[in-house]
Design a protein around this ligand. Structure first.
Ligand SMILES: [Zn+2]
Length: 312
């Protein structure tokens, strides 16, 4: 019989509800998982930090959706960090990467980079552009995509702006990412509260529910960045500390892991769809090399592997 390792405290989504105020939420705690993703790349500190936040945000948001497939968060912008991608599968596999310009990054000051416990700055690091959320449930299903201009000082604010724009859902989001000491392991945490749409629409919301929302948002904002990533503070204890007077109830957690979906077969399939001239151009010393942007795994293909199509 396997020994029960006790309740898992990291790499999880902890759903909860505050029924008297018709609120539901999720607390996300990331430890070895986010450290593994960020360590697979040799990103400068500010890039790793903002990617860590984006990964946390993707996990927080994915938990709000009923879907069977892949949820993707992507930013595209004109700042030093020009692209961020993070995706989460229904079974809890998470991955992500960023593209950045080192010279422009060097010119970013420490404050914008989010040192000293502040969240990395969207205007300073990402600049202007958009943030998109996509749900892909596989072939023969419609892709859902929401897209909005990046508006806000932090990624959490940008996501909240998105919800304000896109009708029904009222949501509050808090994100935190930090290293445990200089060059220590990365940790991240996220908290999201959303109001459950009432039967009959928002027109019938009672005053006490509206007060409850405001009160819950104040309590949520009292959670510090350090508490969100504190390995000594269990998810239950943090939620109890924040919302015990409001009657918070917790539900079963969902585990998460760092896992890429790339494979030799998959990459070969993509290469086969390229024009032969492009493959030829990618070849070096007769070998075609492709490195997965998400996990940095390198795949080498021998000269004859694409011969049938190249000669067609
Ligand atoms: Zn990969």
């Amino acid at each position: 019989m396997p020994i029960d390792p006790g309740p898992r405290l990291d790499d999880l989504v902890q759903p909860f509800r505050i029924d008297p105020f018709a609120l539901r939420g999720r607390l996300v705690r990331l430890g070895p998982m986010v450290d593994r993703i960020l360590s697979q790349h040799d990103y400068p500190e500010p890039v790793a930090a903002i990617l860590g936040e984006a990964i946390t945000l993707a996990v927080v948001l994915a938990g709000a959706l009923k879907y069977d497939g892949i949820f993707t968060l992507q930013t595209k912008s004109d700042g030093p960090v020009r692209l961020i991608v993070a995706d989460v599968s229904t079974d809890g596999a998470v991955r992500g990467y960023a593209q950045f310009d080192q010279d422009r990054l060097d010119a970013v000051d420490a404050e914008a980079a989010g040192s000293g416990g502040a969240s990395p700055s969207v205007p300073g690091l990402i600049g202007s552009g958009y943030i998109a959320f996509t749900v892909d449930q596989g072939e023969h299903t419609e892709r859902y995509q929401g897209i909005v201009a990046l508006t806000g000082a932090t990624l959490a604010e940008c996501a909240q702006h998105y919800f304000r724009q896109s009708e029904q859902i009222r949501a509050g989001i808090k994100l935190s990412v930090a290293r445990s000491g200089p060059n220590g392991a990365w940790r991240a945490g996220g908290l999201m509260l959303q109001r459950v749409p009432p039967e009959g629409g928002y027109g019938v919301i009672a005053d006490d529910v509206e007060d409850g929302w405001r009160r819950a948002m104040v309590l949520m904002s009292s959670a510090t960045a350090a508490e969100l990533v504190d390995p000594q503070l269990s998810p239950h204890r943090l939620l109890y500390r924040l919302f015990h007077d409001e009657g918070v109830r917790v539900f079963e957690t969902h585990p998460l892991e760092a896992r890429c979906r790339c494979s030799r077969e998959r990459i070969a399939g993509i290469l086969r769809s390229f024009p032969p001239a492009d493959i030829e151009e990618m070849r070096q010393d007769a070998v075609t090399t492709v490195t997965c942007e998400f996990c940095n795994t390198r795949y080498d293909f021998a000269p004859d592997e694409f011969a049938p199509l190249a000669s067609a």
